[in-house]
Ligand binder design. Sequence first.
Ligand code: FES
Ligand code: FES
Length: 944
Amino acid sequence: MDRTQQMTQNAPKESIVDPIAFRVNGRPVTVGSLPWQRLSRVLRDDLGLTGTKVGCDAGDCGACTVLLNGDPVCACLVAAGQVEGCDVTTVEGLAERTSPSGDFLGRRLQESFLSHGAAQCGACTPGMLVAATALLEQNSSPTESDVMDAIGGVLCRCTGYRKIITAILDASTNYAHERFVSPSAGAAVGNRLARLDGKRKIDGSEIFGADETPAGALAVRAIRSPYDRARFHFEEFKAFFRDNPGIEAVFTANDVPGINCYGVIAKFADQPVFAETEARYRGEAVAAVVGDAAVVESLNVADFPVRWEELPAIHDIDTALADGAELIHVHRPENVLVRGRVVRGDVDLAMASADVIAEAEYETGFVEHAYIEPEAGFARRVGDQIEIQACTQSPYMDRSDIAAILGIAPERVRIIPTAVGGGFGSKLDLSMQPFLAIAAWHLRKPVRMVYSRTESIVSTTKRHPARMRLRGGCNKDGKLVALDFAADFNTGAYSSWGPTVSARVPVHASGPYYVPHYRALTRAVHTNLVPAGAFRGFGVPQAAIAQEQLYDELADRVGIDRLEFRILNALDGTTPTVTGQVLGAGVGIRACFEALRPRWKSARSEAAKFNRLPSGALRRGVGVAGMWYGCGNTSLPNPSTMRIGLKRDGRIALHQGAVDIGQGSNTIVTQICADALGAPIERFDLVSGDTAITPDCGKTSASRQTLVTGRAAQMAGEKLRGGILKLARACECASLVWDDAGITVRDGAESHALMLKDLPLDERGYVITSEATFDPPTSPLDENGQGSPYCVYGFGAHMAEIEVDIELGTVRVLRVTAAHDVGRAINPTLIEGQIEGGVAQGLGMALMEEFFPGKGENLHDYLIPSAGDIPPVESILIEDPSPVGPFGAKGIGEQAVIPTAPAILNALHDAVGIRLRKISATPDRVLAAIQTAANQNTTGVSRG
Ligand code: FES
Ligand code: FES
């Protein structure tokens, strides 16, 4: 659109740039910088020290923490002019920094983080390490509470902080953590192996989306709707170009070369790259401005030539469903995107025969993913191909959508995933990639885009708000007979993962129990709000909040202990699920509940004793909740293909297309492959997800990578082993000995030495290449949702002990005990990390988090748990092997978050007798419910 013609020769106005001299990591530097430039920008952009991360640019996340003359500061809040003559230490300098006592504390901390699994995605890790170094330099024997205070300003969304706290304590004067010893060949599975990609996360060298900028890259900035719904018209761009020298181009819907539409589920794809005439939610892009980075950044978007006409918007489910409501998408009657349904037995008849019935209604709000790394990346056109390097959970899905948007074949799109600084589902959807692709394609220049925190919160997907009504019945003996569940999900303006949530929730809303008569109906309903999408659990955490509280009420009414009620009703290998699937082996839910029993009994009696004491405003309670979660896509194919290549030097290339977003798939998949092959793990070279060099391992979501990619890795490893045995003409039972010269195959008394360097190479450049594909076996669901939607389920149960201040309405979680059936614990440290991180997110969901579009679009107002909010978490790993999973393993990623919130909410009822209908249980809601209950002189249900 008038791009090249409108380009101006004028350069941006010169600003006063002062030389600023200071020391960084012991080295003197002088930078020419605006004195008011953020130190974080100077470190990253001028000095290339990208280990210092930027999560908010506002002092809220702490990711940018550096030492300034030995004190921890947020580099985003320090002006470059302030550091003249100062000493700055970043994560890159920690290993060589000596403390006043002459110790290498930073290095110790880095090693301790690695061995304790304290870095997951690694986006917070530099800030954590720097804050911890400052602490240990001033206090060589900190207490746990000192550590929590010291890292209190650094947010982590992955780990749940516990392993970070342990790592810091371990690195203090009592430093005695064991150096990691590599497992021998065949012994990697089950080993607490340090994360194989961990070193880059602790030394600051990991490359995230914003950490590389190609030479000459232009910046891209989206122009977004300021209204929930608005019609818009562009005005003449001529004056805009004239007034903003340095802007090279503006792109709108007219500039999309292919289809101006994308979506994670092709059948429901409905989201335009740029809205065409009407924006359907606040934050929807209508245009992109491309040009010199300084000019684009300083652009006042209010000056962009677009005229808005605000239109009446739909914000809630009831308005969207009301008769005569305007349709947000004309082809979707009643504003319903999709319906979900699972029906088994005769729920009405069974309910009528039940001895006890309980019913309830619960509502949850939007929850923001709040990963520490906002979306970022760059793109360039290489001949007739486009390359996009960006943070993503789903490189191959991105490839397909970008190809359609550009109108080119998928093979002409290369997606190079960077490290992902947390995703939790939201980075499954495209964000900045289409803007980058269109700009690079047209301009034939590299372009880069980094979302601000606000842009990330405003425009990317959220957890679905849910409104759930349910009714359950059981017999006098506590056996469940029926559950009737209905839920509406506010899916926002576009489909994203709404269909998945609607399909998955009816399958899971029973919880991990035998419910003979069951009806679960769901709807995903469009509104003019930010699209809701995938967030750890795909709606199942919301459903668990409802079903687990209802089961507590039923247990109480029949006078059965709440944990024993769950054990009584727990699924086993012979009872059918609500979709009629009999799982056979690998159903460890009863074992999870039973593992909680000792602590349940003691905690209940301790809480009762506490509450009998004259303890002022404090009351204690204990709650339990169960969960199950099907691994992988619901009744749909989701294959992974793994390729491994044996090199002439005896090393093994693992072409691993599964994106590790911090959960540890780079390590776990390698452990599985190593043992299947019978090779030492240090022989492996990871060739990570890049659509040009790795086969498709599908998306990182739905707890599928350990199961699906892991199983493909196991098969590929076994196949490579078979190839090696064939070369040596040895039998299946032979063993492999890996040595410097190659591989020796021991077959009984015989030994065959394979001199790999002398063997011919195949077309891929390997001595042997092995490839295997695994697609989990499922079956389609019929019109009543009957069938086998998943081949493997993970199971778990959490128990929360809490303390409520009845005068303030505050809730403190004192301890969580979490038992999970993981089938086989491939790497117990990484699994514990998933559980602890899940507990932290569940705690946030239960007690503090709710996103209101248009309000609090930053990490100052949107609160996520910090270190001080997290209690000790005891993880109990149950290993009831899956017959399908690699070495019996099941997924754990989504599973870990599901039971925490309902366990806390059940504990809240146990402590003070209230049930909030609107979650989260913020102090104002808790206090109001306590006061209502007090006014009614009852401990019964109160509406929050
Ligand atoms: S980037 Fe500085 S505190 Fe978040
Ligand atoms: S490891 Fe802390 S944010 Fe990911």
